[in-house]
Design a protein around this ligand. Structure first.
Ligand code: SF4
Length: 316
């Protein structure tokens, strides 16, 4: 049990920015707007964003989550998730006469366009990312003949390419900034003429959330990251916290999954949340911490964010 007799000795370092990014806010608003305009049910291919709370609350409003477009009745409305889809999925939807609304984050679309351009110019593209992640499947699908997925520095050291003079790299938007830098360094060593994307593929939200957690981790006995286990950017925040010196770090789906044992012997708790996590989930953890004596809250800000994305055109 945690001692709660000396509350003032305990504090929370609260990361900023944290929580919802502009792409997630847009994706959730897209489903809500589609429900408002077209009425329930609205079919959503895959989890709109990787957060169980968000998915369950949209289900209650009339969203139906499916794995594939083949599960959507002919002529119905389908929303594609923030992670993006391959062109093949758009073709499948058209074939079934579905009204498709694309909630792909514009920053994922940017990576799709880079993939198409590199493929058109004859490059072998090494896509740094997690094999099987929806975003990686969607990006690979832009130019399947030209893309090889690599996971990190080890894969970069061994991957075979068609022509070492014609290699480009791209990445998933939610990777660890430091690990991706290390992977690219290995690639550059092997392929001196390696072509890079015009700007970073790791998005602003991922970078800012990692920078904030990095900033507070050295002073934190434990860091709690609110987020789902299938949320890539949330899992990365746990890894970044540990690498940056946190005594321990845990992913917390919601306050119901928090464990008092994590607080044993701690005075400073770092707290953040992934880009797909609504504020309510973090606020509940903050309340739980206050109940355990961690009432002093200090915000550790790494960046200001003003990013906003308009809804998909067919909903405006
Ligand atoms: Fe877009 Fe980045 Fe948010 Fe993913 S994490 S939805 S790429 S802003």
């Amino acid at each position: 049990m945690t001692d709660t007799t000396t509350p003032t000795a305990r504090r929370v370092l609260l990361a900023a920015p944290r929580g919802y990014c502009a792409g997630v806010a847009r994706a959730v608003a897209t489903v809500e707007k589609a429900l408002e305009i077209h009425g329930a049910p609205i079919y959503v291919r895959h989890e709109i964003v990787h957060n169980k709370y968000v998915v369950e609350s949209l289900k209650r409003k009339g969203a139906v989550f499916v794995e594939e477009t083949t599960a959507v009745p002919e002529g119905a409305t389908v929303v594609f998730s923030a992670h993006g889809v391959a062109p093949l999925v758009h073709r499948q939807a058209a074939k079934r006469n579905l009204r498709a609304i694309d909630a792909t984050c514009p920053l994922v679309t940017k990576v799709h366009k880079e993939a198409v351009r590199f493929a058109r110019d004859g490059y072998h593209i090494l896509l740094i990312g997690h094999e099987g992640h929806e975003e990686v499947i969607g990006t690979s699908g832009q130019a399947p003949e030209h893309i090889t997925v690599i996971g990190g520095p080890e894969d970069a050291a061994t991957v075979q390419v068609r022509n070492p003079a014609k290699v480009a790299w791209l990445s998933q938007t939610t990777l660890s900034v430091d690990e991706t830098t290390a992977t690219v360094a290995v690639l550059k060593e092997r392929f001196p003429r390696l072509a890079s994307p015009p700007s970073d593929d790791i998005c602003y939200a991922t970078q800012n959330r990692q920078a904030a957690v990095k900033q507070l981790s050295a002073d934190a006995d434990v860091v709690l990251v609110v987020g789902s286990a299938n949320s890539s950017n949330s899992v990365r925040l746990v890894e970044v916290a540990l690498e940056a010196g946190a005594g321990a770090a845990h992913l917390v789906e919601n306050v119901g999954h928090s464990d008092e044992a994590w607080l044993d012997g701690t005075h400073t708790v770092g707290l953040t949340s992934g880009a797909s996590v609504p504020d309510v989930l973090l606020d509940q953890v903050l309340t739980w911490l206050a109940e355990h004596g961690y009432r002093e809250v200090e915000v550790v800000r790494a960046a200001e964010e003003h990013q906003h994305f308009a809804l998909p055109r067919n909903l405006q």
